[in-house]
Write a protein that binds this ligand. Structure first.
Ligand code: BG6
Length: 483
């Protein structure tokens, strides 16, 4: 693998994301030789850490995520890390940062390449982008920036942030990260759809009755009440992860696998996304909040959550496209905290056919993303010793050994940033369209809140979310496949 020279600057270097995901992933890429002799990482945050202390943190992060490591390798890797105490609002600090980056560039022969990573509270993204620009932090080689979610809070703030970032970076150099696009089974959607005649030929409204996407989480909001209460499930999960999944399922076949062609196919589809009216929001969307149990808090009692909060910890909804291979097919989705189990799955529900046996199952296709990775198709056959139809699943599943080889989503996506492949990142025009949809729903809810009659279903924790979500289907023959 090619050794890519680069100075990487992580804003939020003392944070949880850097510790849990970025440092271990960078280590794996280092071991594979993608970044090796000619790279250095500057971790920045407000805390007064030393280079040495950051290196200890990096080493701890690797030990926490790897069973066996070569201590010399860990030491050599950690020696590439530098810490710069940094207040993102202080212009002087960018001057110091620039100087350090330049020094390290010389020391590591990084050829003026810079990679900026925004891994801190999103409210600072705009400030950082502005100062990268006005203090000329970009280098003389390539300049790329990775931006964590949420990218904005609504379309207006997303546009503002995009303006601030594009002042220093071209669209092609902006990597809006969505870790779902790094997941094995999400990356499997395109090959599954486009290489199997069996699947490709039925991918239309003629055969598909509906599509269902479930992103269920067992955990509550945990220590993130402060952030979550300003976000809610729609912004936290639908705006990004669910919409990316929907797009992969509904887009036309790209003309090839280049990043440009994939994004072109996505954008073509998204033009025909139907933005819901307030009446449709009322009819097709359900929002909910989890109640408490003997051992857990109700959402409204969680730390840093407003006791009168109307923020949803659950949302179910429906969307459709007017063009593309599955134009007109209802796509139902739901996501929530404190479900009965962690489960990310996609169900492609096929239409029934008339047959001389009477009752038979439609050949539903299920893609399980988490915690297991598998695809299964329901098949009908005959029962052995009595009349009737028996149902079996044909399963495509990974062995334990194969699963162990699957890289973490962050490792994959960081790799893509280094090799400049933006296929699995969100393009601005996609993001904008997602926000248009989300804003329409949020606005409708806001109006209901202001009118004093918000319909927020309260649901019991560790079950399947509010019952009301059973009523969003277009026809009485439709229901949630995963129950
Ligand atoms: C994040 C959300 O983007 O995704 C979290 O902010 C959520 O609220 C998480 O818990 C879920 O990711 P995963 O990979 O565990 O399904």
């Amino acid at each position: 693998m090619k050794n890519i020279p680069v100075i990487m600057i992580i804003f939020g270097g003392s944070g949880d994301l850097a510790h849990r995901k970025l440092y271990p992933s960078l280590f794996n890429l280092y071991e594979q030789g993608l970044i090796h002799d000619n790279f250095a990482v500057i971790g920045t945050a407000r805390r007064p850490w030393s280079h040495e202390y950051l290196r200890e943190q990096v080493s701890d992060a690797i030990h926490e995520t790897h069973d066996q490591v070569d201590e010399n390798e860990v030491k050599a890797f950690a020696s590439h890390f530098y810490y710069q105490s940094h207040d993102v609002t202080n212009v002087e600090h960018y001057v110091t940062l620039k100087k350090l980056a330049q020094e390290l560039d010389d020391r590591y022969s990084a050829q003026g390449n810079r990679l900026f990573y925004m891994a801190m509270a999103p409210r600072f993204f705009g400030t950082i982008a502005t100062h990268i620009n006005d203090q000329h932090l970009t280098g003389s080689g390539f300049n790329r920036i990775v931006v964590e979610k949420p990218f904005g809070h609504d379309i207006a703030s997303a546009e503002q942030l995009n303006k601030e970032i594009t002042a220093s970076f071209d669209e092609n150099d902006i990597f809006r990260i969505d870790h779902y696009l790094g997941k094995e089974m999400i990356q499997n959607i395109m090959p599954m759809r486009f290489t199997n005649p069996l699947i490709k030929n039925i991918w239309s409204g003629e055969y598909i009755k509906n599509i269902q996407i479930t992103l269920a989480e067992r955990l509550g909001v945990e220590a993130r009440g402060g952030y979550y209460d300003t976000s809610g499930a729609l912004r936290d999960m639908v705006q990004n992860h669910i919409f990316q999944i929907i797009t992969l399922l509904a887009m036309p076949e790209p003309k090839d696998l280049s990043s440009d062609s994939v994004h072109q196919a996505k954008q073509e589809l998204l033009k025909s996304l139907i933005i819901p009216t307030p009446e449709e929001v009322k009819k097709n969307f359900v929002r909910g909040q989890y109640l408490g149990s003997d051992t857990t808090f109700a959402y409204k009692k969680e730390p840093n959550v407003d006791p009168d909060s109307t923020t949803e910890t659950y949302v179910a909804g429906k969307t459709k496209f007017t063009s593309g291979p599955i134009a007109g097919v209802p796509i139902y989705f739901r996501t929530g905290k404190e479900f009965k189990e962690k489960k990310t799955r996609i169900d492609i529900v096929l239409k029934h056919i008339n047959n001389p046996y009477g009752q038979a199952h439609s050949n539903n296709i299920t893609i399980e993303v988490d915690p297991e990775s598998k695809i299964y198709i329901t098949i009908n056959g005959k029962k052995i010793d009595e009349p009737g139809i028996r149902r079996e699943d044909l399963t495509y599943v990974f062995s334990k050994e194969e699963m162990a080889k699957v890289p973490d989503g962050y490792e994959r996506l960081l790799h893509d940033v280094f090799v400049n492949d933006s296929t699995n990142f969100t393009h601005w025009s996609e993001l904008k369209r997602y926000w248009e949809f989300i804003d329409a729903v949020e606005d409708a809810w806001q109006k209901e809140n202001e009118a004093g009659n918000p319909e927020i279903a309260q649901y019991l924790p560790y079950r399947m979310g509010p019952k009301e979500a059973d009523n969003i289907f277009e026809s009485p023959t439709e229901h949630w496949i995963y129950e």
